[in-house]
Design a protein around this ligand. Structure first.
Ligand code: COA
Length: 125
């Protein structure tokens, strides 16, 4: 088992693991400066960036503005250096747009606010 998942399970009593464990950035908290033994960590968390609220004024669409916004969001996530994966919940009608930005669909279509959505992911590495 992934050592970070094992730590999470130890403190949360929940067996949570998914494919992002291999690519997320994981943080460990140690009670002292001695970080040589992972079993001494007293906490853990992981980061995956979630992009949302992407919108362009109607009259400005289909001219690259949406792509520019997505590029800016990705560049900031990369600059921060703590995110290795970007995720977003796409309306199915916008799926082609996000695909053109390099995102791939994941999982089943779900209804959010009555509209069909799908999770989409992109590696930032
Ligand atoms: C989705 C949205 C942000 C795209 O912005 P945009 O400025 O029009 O996108 P771009 O001009 O950068 O388009 C990039 C690519 O996506 C495609 N695309 C954009 N909107 C699309 C749409 N609604 N359906 C299918 N393809 C679309 C473009 O054809 C283009 O493809 P290409 O690279 O092959 O030419 C914009 O349509 C919008 O604001 N929609 C309403 C809000 C919305 O649906 N947000 C997403 C919520 S999850």
């Amino acid at each position: 088992m992934n050592k970070f998942v094992a730590l999470f399970k130890r403190y949360c009593q929940q067996n949570e693991s998914d494919e992002y464990d291999a690519i997320a950035k994981h943080f460990l908290l140690f009670p002292s400066e001695d970080t040589s033994n992972l079993n001494n960590a007293i906490g853990t968390c992981r980061t995956i960036v979630k992009i949302g609220r992407v919108v362009v004024a109607k009259e400005g669409r289909m001219k690259g503005a949406g792509t520019a916004l997505m590029t800016a969001a990705e560049q900031e996530a990369r600059r921060q250096g703590t995110f290795r994966v970007a995720k977003l919940l796409s309306q199915c009608v916008a799926q082609r747009f996000y695909a053109s930005c390099g995102f791939v669909p994941e999982g089943e279509v779900v209804l959010e606010g009555g509209a069909p959505h799908i999770m989409m992911v992109k590696s930032l590495e």
